[in-house]
Design a binder for this molecule. Structure first.
Ligand code: G6P
Length: 364
């Protein structure tokens, strides 16, 4: 079937804009009147003491985000690794391990090799966008993300759909393991169902994001910082930006600022803070002040409450709707994607086909 840009300038813009729709589709696939329904043969988390997640690129950052959820919601110990490291390390796989592979294409060579290593050692699950892919076929259970075809090399809607499916799995794990009550699960699900609407509301920040990107296009280095589940998102924001704008960017945990990246701060270095007004907000604000005290230019991505408390002295503010702390990394993916997109457009790079990159890396 022929896929066009649907009136957008790039596939990436179209795929970013599709997120409210595809997130809704993923939710309606997994949510029934009886609760969270997984495809056959299902997953019973009482059978596992440990979760190992393996992926590459953007899918790896989805795994790192999900680690926060599985640990907090299901109290399940989680290990996350990059497939190219995992496959040659010969890691021990204890009994009662669930091995979970996340891949948009389902064809990434390193991820498939890591899966093969786990065969006969663990139950194998995968979170994939292409149901007939090699990784899906080699899994005991394949969980579709239902993002639809993704053409832009830089992954966008697949990332937020991966996160949505992983969040549902963490809820299922919490229910199975008795660490989450049905009432708490219902509350999380209500928030999750509101997410497509929040994505639409967040698009109101687009003009400010675009104006910020015009400025970022002049930078040589950009830092992305976040705490808790926003830390993996900071790394994903940096990855998106470097992939398509070719500007050097690094994602760091806000609390690590003092252990290295602070040496890079001067008046030429924009620092993007992914900072919803959650329980760790005050800590992040003090990191922001450390940056501003060194003349760093702070781009504060937050909600109205966070902006009211901490916008003073920041260079730019991007204001998003309020979202539950657990789901913030999904919503905050949108400004990360749009910042990268508009920066690349301002620089005139090939957004959908960035140099040296491939959509799916099927050779080692
Ligand atoms: C390539 C793509 C990335 C993607 C990564 C993993 O590097 O350019 O966008 O995140 O592969 O791909 P997968 O299909 O396994 O998710």
């Amino acid at each position: 079937t022929h896929i066009d840009k649907g009136g957008h300038k790039h596939f990436m813009a179209k795929e970013i804009a599709e997120q409210p729709t595809v997130l809704g589709e993923a939710l309606s696939y997994y949510l029934t009147d009886a609760g969270i329904a997984l495809p056959e043969p299902g997953l019973d988390f009482t059978k596992f003491d440990r979760l190992t997640m393996v992926a590459c690129g953007t899918a790896f950052y989805a795994c790192l985000t999900a680690k926060y959820w599985f640990e907090q919601i299901a109290r399940l110990p989680v290990e996350v690794d990059i497939a190219s490291e995992f496959r040659y390390r010969e890691p021990p796989i204890p009994a009662r391990t669930l091995a979970l592979f996340v891949s948009q294409s389902g064809e990434t060579a390193d991820t498939l090799a890591a899966l093969r290593y786990c065969e006969d050692k663990a139950m194998i699950a995968s979170v994939v966008n292409v149901p007939e892919s090699s990784i899906a076929r080699a899994s005991d259970i394949a969980l579709p993300i239902l993002a639809g075809a993704e053409i832009g090399v830089a992954s966008t809607k697949a990332f937020t759909c991966q996160l949505t499916v992983l969040f549902l799995l963490a809820l299922k794990a919490g229910l199975d393991r008795g660490t989450l009550t049905p009432e708490e699960a219902s509350e999380h699900l209500a928030q999750l169902k509101a997410l497509p609407g929040l994505f639409n509301a967040a698009l109101a920040a687009s003009p400010e994001i675009e104006a910020t990107a015009q400025k970022l296009a002049e930078a040589r280095d950009i830092l992305f910082l976040g705490r808790g589940p926003l830390y993996p998102l900071a790394m994903e924001g940096a990855l998106k930006l470097k992939e398509i704008s070719y500007i050097h960017a690094e994602g760091y945990a806000s609390g690590e600022l003092k252990h290295g990246p602070i040496a890079l701060i001067d008046q030429h270095t924009p620092v993007v803070f992914m900072a919803p007004s959650d329980g760790l907000f005050d800590k992040t604000v003090s990191n922001m002040q450390e940056v501003m005290a060194r003349a760093g230019k702070v781009v504060l991505v937050t909600d109205a409450r966070g902006a009211k408390a901490a916008a003073e002295g920041t260079w730019r503010q991007i204001i998003l709707p309020e979202v539950s702390p657990a789901l913030a990394p999904i919503l905050y993916a949108l400004p990360a994607q749009l910042l990268a997109y508009h920066t690349a457009v301002a620089k005139g790079t090939d957004v959908d086909q960035p140099r040296n990159l491939a959509k799916s890396v099927t050779v080692e």
